[in-house]
Ligand binder design. Structure first.
Ligand code: FMN
Length: 197
């Protein structure tokens, strides 16, 4: 059977978003025919050739001042010259995104929207989260998947007085695993549709 490589490119200043990134990777590797390539945003510009071979790229960044962190933005800007201007090298790859922040909202939606626009500029196919909103009824719980009710991607929240060994909580890591698995499933469908048999 055709296999797929899912790349995850992320930034994490203090380790919280890194835990989310590893959870996304765990979710993707729940499928046996998937390999992953986990890169930080600082490492990624040394690996354009490896990203070119991936069938999907999942983007992850903490939300800093209402958008993706500057380090992640630097990776995005570098891709403009290294990939986009050289003939849309990521066209038709699968894309998705995740973000983590200190506040429960924290304007995380702005970060996910920016990532989706970034993927569109590259001609990629954006995969959403496809989970119902959690923790939004009288029987809802903080342990619900998608406890912040995002649709574009996976969101996590890390208390600002807790280190990455305890934050973000398991519900948000499970939500991240769900996104990783969903991207893997979607990517295999695309890859096998292009290369049946
Ligand atoms: C410069 C800076 C700006 C931040 N801006 C926001 C923000 O806009 N919204 C928010 O909820 N949290 C904000 N935070 C908190 C971080 O998103 C939060 O601490 C997050 O867990 C950091 O993830 P990391 O450990 O992966 O860097 C900000 C933190 C920093 C350092």
């Amino acid at each position: 059977m055709t296999k797929a490589t899912i790349a995850i490119v992320y930034h994490s200043g203090y380790g919280h978003t890194a835990r989310q990134a590893h959870a996304v990777e765990q979710g993707a590797t729940q499928l046996p025919d998937v390999a992953t390539l986990l890169l930080t945003a600082q490492e990624a510009p040394e690996h354009w050739h490896r990203l070119a071979l991936a069938e999907a790229i999942i983007f992850g960044a903490p939300t800093y001042v209402g958008g993706p962190s500057a380090v992640f933005k630097a990776f995005q800007e570098a891709s403009s010259n290294a990939v986009m201007s050289k003939g849309l090298g990521w066209k038709n790859k699968i894309a998705a995104g995740f973000t983590n922040s200190g506040s429960r909202s924290g304007d995380k939606l702005a970060t996910l929207m920016q990532m989706a626009l970034f993927a569109a500029q590259h001609g990629m196919h954006w995969v959403n989260l496809a989970l119902p909103p959690g923790n939004c009824s009288s029987v809802g719980r903080e342990t619900d998947l998608n406890r912040f009710g995002f649709f574009l991607g996976a969101a996590a929240q890390s208390n600002t007085d807790e280190g990455p060994e305890v934050a973000p909580p398991e519900a948000d890591l499970a939500t991240a695993r769900y996104l990783g698995r969903r991207v893997a499933e979607t990517t295999l469908q695309f890859v096998r549709g292009r290369n049946p048999g």
